[in-house]
Design a protein. Structure first.
Length: 178
């Protein structure tokens, strides 16, 4: 009969330690999710999670299905959280609060919304997890909450301005705080 009391006591003792560990390590902060829906004539879907991991970094992780097997696909945050048009052009251009040129994620010059391209496996599935210091959650000019997330048909060439020549939009989502 004392088991619930022991459990409560153990939890009460462990909670301050867990909170202190989060404070020291910069534990997970704000979280957002994007549920990708296909554009007209396409079948690409997926779910992408954005988690603030401290030190000005956001972890981007997820899975996208219905891609061309073995192919690379452009992947970008877009300026508007609007997927209402059949081709997702309503999401606007790349998210670029710093007016930088288009480039490779992590490069010297890039839009905040320039993310690493996705690589589909033989079944047309791209599973990924990476960290970015170019985007943010929870405020500031680089906050991606409420922005669009787009998967493109073609690989990003990282040079063509301002889009990377990644082709039509296969799927679109609005990045929503969770």
């Amino acid at each position: 009969m004392n088991t619930p009391l022991i459990t409560r006591a153990a939890l009460a003792a462990a909670l301050p330690l867990a909170l202190a560990a989060c404070a020291v390590t910069g534990g997970p902060g704000p979280h957002a999710v994007a549920n990708l829906a296909p554009t007209a004539g396409n079948s690409t879907t997926g779910t992408v999670h954005f988690t603030s991991v401290g030190s000005g970094r956001v972890r981007v992780a997820g899975e996208v299905r219905g891609l061309k097997p073995g192919a690379e696909h452009g992947f970008h945050v877009h300026e508007k959280g609007d997927c209402s048009s059949p081709d997702a052009m309503s999401a606007g251009g790349h998210f670029n609060p710093g007016n930088a040129p288009h480039g490779r994620h992590g490069g010297a010059a890039q839009h905040a919304g320039d993310l690493p391209s996705l690589r589909a496996n033989a079944q047309g599935v791209a599973s990924f997890s990476f960290e970015s210091s170019s985007i943010a959650l929870g405020g500031g000019p680089a906050d991606v909450s409420g922005k669009g997330l787009i998967v493109h048909r073609d690989p990003d060439d990282y040079q063509t301005q301002p889009t990377g020549n990644a082709g039509p939009r296969l799927a679109c989502a609005v990045i929503q705080k969770a």
